[in-house]
Design a protein. Structure first.
Lengths: 119, 157, 89
């Protein structure tokens, strides 16, 4: 049970983000929620690739007595998380710029108001 | 809108060169230490954002045009793709420089070693091109967003 | 009605996530690691890079990085397209 605490942290982040996405009406708050949801997913990917008492897979000045490859974390989840983080930044920038544009157009950031003015 | 105080401007102009040097170090040593093109590019872009906060977007927009930034980003993307295409005699994304004793062409000894700058094949070159791309892209996004907010504020007046 | 439906979706999704992680393998003991072991052992010889993560990002999985660079480029182009014209008015 105690071994699942990092998974619990990742899922708590994901649930907080999901709450913000589902229940908030401000577009900026929805963007923040999507960002938190994304960081929960990233944390989950990283925890899946961790080994007990392992160091980062970098050979420069490796600590003495590190067993290769059992003493190193898995590199592929880390690389894919890097990809995911950069894509998250790109999506966040697009969301915020569209929120700015919507505010200029409708004068509000409330998602219900925007739906009402659709015609 | 009130101007930022003299303390903010002075501290920002002192910290800015250190941010640049640290970001460029992270980009150039991406194949030896933790980091790489994306991370170092984000650090350099955060330095530019610091300047934007301290001096205002109009001051920065006089010196840096976002069209120049998008040209720089296209240069980064094109050099990344052409580095990938250069290995096409074997496969796409083939590391043709590793072990060729040309630039960045040495193979490090297996296991723990102090780290040699002259290793890694095309990885340092790809780090540099991706770093250029990320610097230009993130700075262009933040610069355009702040310029947009400024133009709205002026129109309201 | 709409609010109750959203609440149901939220509760069902949260319960699914929590019940999944309670039955997951213990933290810190990955099961099938053949590919990662191969990369850790051979990254120095095959790519000449001390950093295995960089060798995965730019060499073993270069196509992923190409797609990521494309996404970043598209996002920057979209932001410039949406906001640039008004900046000069």
């Amino acid at each position: 049970m105690i071994h699942n605490v990092p998974y619990l942290a990742a899922v708590a982040l994901a649930i907080i983000g999901l709450y913000a996405v589902l229940f908030k009406r401000n577009l900026i708050k929805i963007a923040i929620g999507i960002s938190i949801l994304e960081s929960g997913v990233n944390l989950f990917l990283i925890t899946l690739g961790y080994r007990e008492n392992a160091v980062a897979p970098i050979y420069t000045n490796l600590p003495e007595g590190t067993s290769i490859p059992e003493g190193m974390t898995l590199p592929v989840p880390q690389a894919l998380t890097l990809t995911s983080i950069v894509i998250g930044v790109a999506v966040l920038a697009l969301m915020l710029s569209f929120a700015v544009k919507i505010y200029q157009h409708y004068g509000t950031l409330d998602s219900r108001e925007i739906r009402r003015l659709r015609e | 809108m009130s101007e930022p105080s003299k303390i903010v401007k002075t501290i920002a102009s002192i910290i800015f060169p250190f941010t640049m040097v640290f970001g460029i170090y992270v980009i150039l040593h991406g194949h030896l230490t933790p980091g790489g093109g994306f991370q170092g590019g984000a650090i350099v872009a955060s330095g530019i954002v610091l300047l934007l906060v301290a001096f205002g977007s109009a001051e920065i927009a006089k010196r840096v045009k976002e069209s120049h930034l998008s040209i720089l980003e296209s240069i980064g993307a094109l050099s990344f793709i052409s580095l990938a295409l250069l290995g096409l005699s074997t496969t796409f994304f083939y590391n043709f420089l590793a072990g060729s004793n040309f630039i960045f062409g040495r193979i490090p000894p297996f296991g723990s070693n102090p780290g040699d700058m002259n290793t890694g094949g095309v990885l340092p070159l790809m780090n540099i091109s991706v770093g250029l791309k990320v610097i230009a892209g993130l700075s262009a996004i933040v610069l355009v967003l702040s310029l947009f907010a400024r133009s709205r504020k002026q129109r309201k007046r | 009605m709409n609010k109750i439906a959203i609440l149901m979706v939220f509760i069902i999704f949260s319960c699914a996530l929590i019940s999944t992680i309670l039955t997951l393998r213990p933290f810190g003991e990955p099961k099938s690691t053949e590919m990662d072991d191969y990369i850790i052992k051979n990254a120095q010889n095959e790519t000449g890079s001390n950093n295995a993560v960089t060798s995965v990002v730019f060499d073993y999985r270069g196509f992923d990085t190409l797609g990521e660079a494309t996404v970043l480029f598209t996002a920057v182009a979209g932001v410039l397209l949406v906001l640039r014209r008004n900046a000069h008015e």
